[in-house]
Design a protein around this ligand. Structure first.
Ligand code: GDP
Ligand code: MG
Length: 204
């Protein structure tokens, strides 16, 4: 029999990118994930190497295709011409830019745990393009970059944060940035209210 892990045990990787660190937004970004009820189980500052960045983005063998197709769709939806008709050509260029971007300074890598951590963090983080993503998200509220501007200038979109896209990817991404002994299993008191089934511990 397979035991299904409880949703509250889901973990996700977040990286505050070099522009987030330079903009002094590390504290603000952490507080956005904290206040929803997620638990920080690992965190460190580091300067990634280009190899680490390339490996990170290609852990998912489908990332090149999906990201290229996403860019083509985004251009078409806006009535614009995509940078190329070939998704893999688009992603090859993005990957070069990403390696320069992600190695340009220190980043802060973290692992967050809690119910539906991957989707909750993506929702709070917002979509890839700050220009078109929702107000109220980190990428929508704290930065103003766009596909048009970053492609014109030949660089990656500056969107402050990386957040894992799917639960299937999160384990691989966490392993890529953290060793097992850097992750801490512990309890925070608010979990009692977030997850306790009967809420029967409140009255004295
Ligand atoms: P994310 O999951 O929302 O971060 O987006 P992706 O995984 O598709 O892409 C990874 C990162 O590459 C993004 O966060 C951007 O920094 C950058 N990026 C993605 N697509 C484009 C693009 O079409 N143009 C440029 N210039 N950068 C992009
Ligand atoms: Mg992604």
């Amino acid at each position: 029999m397979t035991t299904k892990t409880h949703p509250r045990k889901e973990r996700t990787l977040v990286i505050v990118k070099p522009d987030g660190v330079q903009r002094s937004l590390v504290g603000e970004i952490i507080s956005r994930y904290e206040r929803v009820g997620l638990k920080l189980v690992a965190m460190k500052m580091l300067v990634p190497t280009k190899e680490m960045v390339e490996q990170h983005y290609t852990l998912d063998p489908e990332w090149r295709r999906i990201t290229g197709e996403k860019r083509i769709k985004n251009a078409r939806d806006k009535g614009q011409k995509p940078p190329s008709e070939d998704p893999l050509e688009i992603t090859a260029a993005i990957l070069v830019h990403l390696k320069n971007y992600m190695t340009s300074g220190p980043v802060v890598a973290m692992v967050w745990e809690g119910a539906h951590a991957v989707s909750i963090v993506r929702k709070i983080t917002g979509g890839t393009e700050p220009l078109s993503t929702d107000v109220g998200t980190i990428r929508g509220d704290y930065v103003l970059d766009s596909y048009t501007m970053s492609d014109t200038d030949g660089r990656a979109i500056r969107n402050l944060v990386h957040a894992t896209g799917t639960p299937a990817e999160s384990e691989k991404e966490i392993k890529h940035w953290f060793s097992e002994n850097e992750l801490t299993n512990y309890t925070i008191v608010q979990e009692k209210i977030l997850y306790d089934v009967n809420l029967d511990g409140i009255f004295e």
